[in-house]
Design a binder for this molecule. Structure first.
Ligand code: PA5
Length: 470
């Protein structure tokens, strides 16, 4: 077993979730204690699902692919100026989050010599203006596309692929495709794998038992991260370390399980909103990735005793300190319907001293001599305090610094928290039937074969609703 750098362990401080800290709208510590048996069953339940939950062991299984990912990344770095990911949902949010966390915050704007990697674009929408805008800024000759779709058939991604393929075929003929497209998909399901084989594309496989939102630590996230220069082995190390911590048999020492239990208790008391507020621009898109993970996994309904019960918390993304000036008012004085998770960074990757420029104005001059690091940390602590004294449940995940090892931990912490929460709630956290319904309706509207009944249903609904348009 690898010796992990324990000084880089991320920690969860959940004092402020409890009544002892926030008062009557918190969780009674006795209620958490009383969950011990449920938590033990959840631990056992998740541990027993080895074959279904293959994402949990990607930190081990993906080591075998590191060399080929690195070789392909090297080829990409040497061959192009732009690397474009085509994907959506879990096939895009992971690459975006890793890029923002592990690269220069203005990666694409840096001169090539300082970047040592191509520019990265992750195209996760089918807005025609966005496609036109992309084609305006890339040079096809110097661009490699990574089309990522686990199912191999998602309409959004496939329509992007159709567009890009046509452009490439028209310019280079069939041989050009393998020089410009890398496929990341399931080994047999869907259409992409067949296309990849037909045209001899470089191909990476999303393993079985790894759903889109749990796929960040397989080639979905690893290849784009490696292209941009991240140490992908350290990502896996971080995930392995957190997996080890979250396998603790004493459930009260298991960070993901304690977080899951707290959120479930909060949900049971009506807190149906989950805010994630990182105090670091580098973690801004981890909040987007978390939002999908938490919403799509836990937003479920099931029949129990003849009635429908609905589960889940609506995720809200906030950024410290930016959103102190837009959202924090409702986190302090608004209703007790939410939990807030702060991500606090202990060491930023650079330091900036605020200089002395207006010493004659004391109400500005007090800032001079401090660092921006001190300022953002003070504001994070101050917001935690303000939210706590106003009685709102909150917890803080302390991250020693943002790097591959800590991001690997964070990913695994949130993934396991989600799996444990699903188990505690008694729902399937790994499907997304509501998303499928929308996909089917879109197929019907676009005339896909086999969706005639769905089209009728949509037409009937449209006829009814049109009476109320003003
Ligand atoms: O988590 C999920 O499974 C989904 O959000 C998918 O990632 C999303 O629908 C895209 O699917 P695919 O990767 O199959 O194109």
């Amino acid at each position: 077993m690898t010796e992990f750098d324990k000084t880089l362990r991320i920690r969860v401080d959940y004092n402020n979730m409890l009544t002892t800290s926030v008062g009557e709208y918190g969780i009674d510590p006795a209620a958490l204690d009383a969950m011990r048996l449920e938590m033990e069953a959840a631990l056992e339940g998740v541990n027993a699902k080895h074959s279904e939950l293959r994402w949990r062991k990607l930190h081990t299984s993906e080591r075998a692919n590191l060399d080929s990912i690195r070789q392909t990344a090297e080829w990409v770095r040497n061959s192009c100026e732009c690397f474009v990911v085509l994907g959506i949902g879990g096939s895009a949010l992971g690459p975006i989050a890793l890029h923002q966390a592990l690269c220069h915050l203005h990666h694409n704007e840096l001169p090539r010599a300082k970047r040592n990697a191509p520019k990265l674009y992750v195209e996760d929408n089918i807005d025609p203006e966005r496609m036109c805008a992309l084609l305006d800024v890339i040079d096809l000759d110097r661009t490699i596309f990574n089309v990522i779709t686990k199912s191999g058939s998602t309409s959004e991604t496939m329509s992007q692929l159709l567009i890009i393929t046509r452009l490439l075929l028209d310019r280079y003929g069939e041989d050009g495709l393998k020089e410009h497209i890398i496929a990341t998909t399931d080994k047999e399901k869907g259409n992409l794998i067949g296309i990849a084989r037909q045209y001899g594309l470089r191909t990476f496989i999303v393993p079985d038992g790894v759903g889109g939102r749990f796929s960040e630590l397989c080639p979905v996230g690893l290849l784009p991260a490696c292209v941009c220069g991240a140490d992908i082995e350290k990502l896996l190390d971080g995930a392995a370390f957190m997996d080890e911590l979250c396998s603790a048999e004493d459930v009260m020492k298991n960070p993901a399980l304690v977080c899951a239990a707290l959120e479930v208790l909060a949900m049971r008391s009506g807190a149906n909103i989950s805010v994630l507020m990182p105090y670091a621009d580098s973690l801004k898109f981890m909040a987007d990735w978390y939002a999908q993970l938490w919403a799509e996994s836990l937003g479920k309904k099931k029949q129990e005793a003849g009635r429908v019960i609905r589960f889940g918390q609506t995720p809200v993304k906030a950024l410290g300190v930016t959103d102190q000036h837009s959202q924090v008012q409702i986190y302090t004085d608004g209703p007790f319907d939410k939990t807030i998770t702060f991500l606090r960074v202990e060491r930023y990757r650079c330091e900036y001293v605020i200089p002395h420029s207006f010493d004659a104005i004391p109400s500005v001059a007090f800032l001079s001599g401090h660092t921006l690091n001190e300022l953002i940390t003070a504001e994070c602590m101050a917001t935690e305090h303000a939210v706590t004294v106003s009685g709102h449940m909150n917890k803080t995940i302390c991250i020693p610094e943002v790097n591959e090892f800590t991001i690997g931990q964070l990913i695994m912490l949130f993934e396991l928290q989600t799996a444990f929460a699903g188990e505690l709630l008694g729902i399937d956290a790994f499907d997304q039937p509501g998303v499928e319904e929308g996909k089917n309706a879109a197929y019907a509207l676009l005339g896909k074969q086999g969706y005639d009944d769905k089209l009728k249903e949509l037409k009937n609904a449209a006829a009814k609703e049109s009476r109320f348009i003003i």
